[in-house]
Design a protein around this ligand. Structure first.
Ligand code: ZN
Length: 113
């Protein structure tokens, strides 16, 4: 799992987004609460984290929904995430067309265990 770092605007210490979330959004180094811009950045980083986690467990529809969430709060996606989104959409589309092909062929798969 990729860990994103957030920089404290006061002391400029970089802290992993999940660590920041665990300590309630205050800098673990200087203990100052992060300002709203930093909190926003933290929320976006956390949301992207969730998107990656969803994609990692194969829930690409959920992953795409998280990316939509980032855009909804006003942040554009980085080129990195734009390309992930394209990838995830392709995975979803391929999976759907697989399902349709199976349905059309009338094949029945054994239930997964
Ligand atoms: Zn700090």
């Amino acid at each position: 799992m990729a860990v994103r770092a957030i920089r404290c605007p006061s002391c400029r210490t970089a802290t992993a987004a999940d660590v920041l979330a665990a300590v309630g959004g205050a800098c673990p180094h200087c203990h100052r609460p992060l300002d709203s811009a930093a909190r926003h950045e933290q929320a976006v980083a956390q949301t992207l984290e969730w998107a990656d986690e969803a994609a990692a467990r194969g829930d690409h529809a959920d992953a795409l929904a998280w990316l939509n969430t980032v855009e909804a709060v006003g942040d554009g996606l980085s080129p990195d995430y734009e390309s992930r989104r394209a990838q995830w959409r392709t995975v979803l589309r391929d999976r759907r067309s697989d399902r349709q092909t199976q349905h059309a062929a009338g094949s029945v798969r054994p239930a997964p265990h």
